[in-house]
Design a protein around this ligand. Structure first.
Ligand SMILES: Nc1ncnc2c1ncn2[C@@H]1O[C@H](COP(=O)(O)OP(=O)(O)OP(=O)(O)O)[C@@H](O)[C@H]1O
Length: 372
């Protein structure tokens, strides 16, 4: 029992559990490194994230962060069971989620049919509750910073569980610069103030949540989205439909019309409130949950931030021939274009919540300011 409280696993335990990190057990490759499925000798299934060796963080810091994060518990968070450290190797051990990630359902032509409206609505509310816990209810106040459909895993009952929370802290340093592909793959979910100015706050998570919500309803990715031969993104698409009073045209056709139009419209409305251009206008997660579950009058959404998605073969590819241009180059282009067509740039989140990547103290990282 004593051992169970310590979240440290022996390397030999993990080697046995994963059959020496066999290819057959590899679940996938994320920006932090490969992930393996494992089975402990008591039969419990685990997922092992083997961190690439680029982390600059010391072992003691790493252990401390894992101990803090492992204490967070909520039915909509993937449980971090602990870690395994051996010389230069660092691994994170999570509970295993048999249904993989949300993106493997909502963007898959066959599997998306398994998600009817009731289930999709439950998933939306579940994600919202998980994020609220991170923002408000846990001992540590956590801004996730990388909320996206592939970071929402599904358990055996298809309950959504958020993963990868606390990675900024666990991984140390600036996680978004750990891997370029990672950034490119993720920025369809980034709020404009985070993408452009490195400002993150609970409101940048709200923005990402709004994108996931719209993706769940439409079955389309915010990035790399084409419509009638035009490169569009889902946010712009939603806004256009909404403005033309035909928001239901957004709904994933695999739901075959069997949904409550009233509920769907309300959800789209909430999604649009979450992706508003100005962080200040976006509701906090507590309000989001209230709005999803109650018949209150919602304020009209203001124009969202129209960021183009993360398709680096898309119209913003570098022409230099030296590989894709940097994320910031692309975003500057997009954002400048956006401003030229009349968007405003009043993006500063409320005072006190604004944090800048480059000003963060990597140890006493304010993403995790302790709550009283
Ligand atoms: N606890 C888990 N249970 C089951 N599968 C998991 C678990 N954690 C991760 N996976 C799977 O492992 C793969 C890699 O996951 P990971 O979170 O590292 O990367 P990602 O979300 O694809 O990208 P990123 O690192 O940018 O977040 C994904 O296919 C994911 O579904």
């Amino acid at each position: 029992e004593n051992e169970r409280q310590l979240p440290f696993f022996d390397l030999s335990t993990i080697v046995t559990a994963t059959d020496n990190f066999s290819l057959a057990n590899k679940l996938g490759q994320g920006g932090f490194g490969p992930v393996y499925k494992g089975r402990l000798c008591n039969g419990q299934e685990i997922a092992v994230k083997r961190l690439s060796k680029t982390s600059g963080q010391g072992m003691e810091e790493f252990k401390n962060e894992v101990m803090l994060i492992a204490k967070l518990q909520h039915r909509n968070l993937v449980k971090l069971r602990g870690c395994c450290i051996q010389e230069e190797e660092k691994m994170l051990i999570y509970e295993y989620m048999p249904n993989k990630s949300l993106d493997s359902f909502i963007f898959d032509q066959i599997r998306k049919a398994l998600l009817d409206w009731t289930k999709r609505f439950e998933i939306i509310v579940g994600i919202a509750r998980g994020v609220l816990y991170l923002h408000q209810d846990s001992r540590l106040r956590i801004i996730h910073r990388d909320l996206k459909a592939s970071n929402v895993l599904l358990d055996a009952e298809m309950n959504p569980k958020i993963s990868d929370f606390g990675m900024a802290r666990i991984f140390g340093g600036n996680q978004t610069q750990a891997n370029t592909n990672r950034v490119v793959g993720t920025y369809g979910y980034m709020s404009p103030e985070y993408a452009m100015d490195g400002l993150f706050s609970i409101k940048s998570d709200v923005f990402s949540f709004g994108v996931i919500l719209l993706e769940i309803i439409s079955g389309k990715r915010n990035n790399g989205f084409y419509h009638e031969d035009r490169f569009l993104n889902l946010i712009k698409h939603t806004w256009d439909f909404w403005s033309e009073d035909r928001a239901l045209d957004l709904v994933d056709s695999s739901m075959a019309g069997s949904y409550s139009a009233h509920e769907v419209l309300r959800c789209i409305h909430v999604g649009l409130l979450c992706v508003q251009e100005s962080a200040r206008d976006r509701p906090p997660m507590s309000t989001v949950i209230f709005m999803l579950g109650n018949e209150t009058t919602l304020p009209p959404p203001k124009q969202p931030a129209f960021m183009l998605g993360g398709n680096h073969n898309g119209p913003l590819s570098s022409s230099s021939g030296t590989g894709p241009c940097s994320i910031n180059e692309k975003l500057v282009v997009v954002y400048t274009l956006y401003k030229l067509v009349g968007g405003t740039c009043d993006n500063a989140p409320e005072g006190g919540e604004v944090e800048r990547d480059w000003e963060r103290d990597p140890i006493r990282n304010s993403t995790f300011s302790e709550c009283k």
